[in-house]
Design a protein around this ligand. Structure first.
Ligand SMILES: Cc1cc2nc3c(=O)[nH]c(=O)nc-3n(C[C@H](O)[C@H](O)[C@H](O)COP(=O)(O)OP(=O)(O)OC[C@H]3O[C@@H](n4cnc5c(N)ncnc54)[C@H](O)[C@@H]3O)c2cc1C
Length: 390
């Protein structure tokens, strides 16, 4: 049986970025990357908004703040060197009511603390200088924010890994991990041994970890595209002020790297971890979620927000309500082409949505338990951090 120095489970952007960093820092090491799918980046990595986040939202000193700000530079450098298209077009965060105006000030201070010196608070009139069709009471201009395609980043990382001698096995599911001095991966194609294992399995990460403290609760983010001519009303990206109780940023308008403009994502509970279709579900996932006490606590504590999300799922009019606050011209008929991604959101037994990135270690296995947004932006920094730990 071939034994590896390091095995990485998951060829999403976090697993690939980790293997990339390990390849650079440990020349000659025998590294293996495994994924159950037949191509890299099929789940969260290939189904997100593509935004290169600046770090404005995250608590100073948190793992999200550190890795997003550090990862931003590394990502731009990687995109540049790999010839992957990206655009730093900036974004507006728009307050449409008084409580949001206050939160905008807090966000401004947070951004300054995170070293984002060029962010600017705008009056209602100044908003038009950046997005001529957007209305609001005030806004924050974040010039650092960019857009790319993380699916392409995953493909490029995989190509560089292969060229550097890293083995990537696709279509091979890890069923169980036995930690120990030399951990064993029990896979659909037999047992693999490695001196160190990194698990970056996104939506399945808690299952491979096996602990009881947390559960991944899948939240589906639904998107629609805005059809012409209304798509021309948006130049770059327009976000609402996020509700600080949730790790989600609210339905925003995004001009993607291919020029299309989307509205989304929502954040509705998904009845399956990979249930991307509007009515898809998965019995095992559903039972797993419903059996976790933290889920019921979360559902009870957030029932109003949950109801808003269900309405958005059922009706395009409800979906658009948030975006119409700053772009009233949008009508449900302007929406076309449903698309979705599912967030792997860690929830604890008390029902709290875990905000920060979470890593856990058992002997020689390191688990990435919570890597939600902005983990795509932050991936190369997360990879560097993991490489240092192991
Ligand atoms: C709707 C949405 C919008 C987002 N927008 C942004 C954004 O604009 N900017 C940003 O920075 N971030 C964004 N994110 C977050 C970002 O996409 C994720 O944080 C990031 O992709 C996580 O990467 P990952 O490698 O951890 O997970 P994934 O990409 O989900 O990869 C995990 C991999 O593990 C594999 N796997 C799972 N179980 C097994 C197993 N048992 N055996 C073998 N392989 C296995 C899966 O097949 C998968 O390929 C968004 C996420 C979503 C869902």
């Amino acid at each position: 049986m071939k034994q590896y120095d390091i095995a990485v489970v998951g060829a999403g952007i976090v697993g690939l970025a980790t293997a990339f960093r390990l390849m650079q820092s440990r020349p000659g090491a025998r590294i293996l990357v495994l994924d159950k799918e037949n191509r890299p980046g099929r789940h969260q990595t290939g189904r997100n908004s593509g935004v290169i986040h600046s770090g404005i939202y995250y608590r100073p000193g948190s793992a999200k703040a550190r890795n997003c700000i550090g990862g931003y530079r590394l990502m731009l450098d990687f995109l540049e060197k790999s010839g992957i298209p990206y655009r730093i077009s900036g974004k507006l965060i728009v307050a449409t009511g008084e409580p949001e105006e206050n939160r905008l000030q807090e966000l401004y201070r947070n951004g300054q603390e995170n070293g984002l010196e060029r962010i600017r608070l705008l009056t209602a009139r100044q908003i038009r200088d950046y997005e001529s069709h957007i209305t609001g009471k005030a806004a924050l201009w974040v010039p650092y924010t960019g857009i790319t395609d993380y699916g392409r980043v995953a493909t490029a990382l995989a190509a560089k890994l292969r060229a550097g001698g890293v083995e990537i096995r696709l279509g091979q599911r890890v069923k169980r991990i036995v930690p120990g001095p030399v951990p064993e991966l029990h896979t659909s194609h037999g047992i693999i041994k490695a001196n160190r294992v990194v698990v970056a399995a996104g939506l399945q990460s808690d299952r491979l970890w096996g602990g009881n403290e947390f559960r991944i609760v899948p939240f589906r983010g639904e998107y629609y595209f805005i059809r012409p001519p209304k798509d021309r009303l948006i130049r770059s990206m327009v976000y609402p002020v996020p509700d600080p109780r949730y790790p989600f940023l609210g339905i925003h308008l995004t001009r993607h790297i291919d020029g299309r403009v989307s509205a989304g994502p929502s954040a509705v509970l998904a009845p399956g971890r990979e249930a991307y279709g509007k009515f898809d579900w998965n019995a095992r996932d559903l039972v797993d979620t419903l059996r976790f006490p933290g889920f019921w606590r979360m559902a009870l504590q957030n029932r109003r927000a949950g109801w808003v999300e269900i309405r958005r799922w059922l009706s395009k009019r409800a979906f658009l309500q948030a975006a119409r606050k700053f772009l009233p011209q949008l009508q449900p008929d302007d929406l076309t082409g449903y698309h979705s991604g599912i967030r792997a959101q860690l929830v604890d037994r008390q029902g709290r949505l875990v905000d920060d990135f979470v890593f856990r270690r058992a002997e020689n296995v390191l688990y990435v338990l919570n890597a939600p947004s902005p983990a795509a932006t932050a991936s190369l920094s997360i990879g560097r951090h993991i490489a240092e730990i192991i």
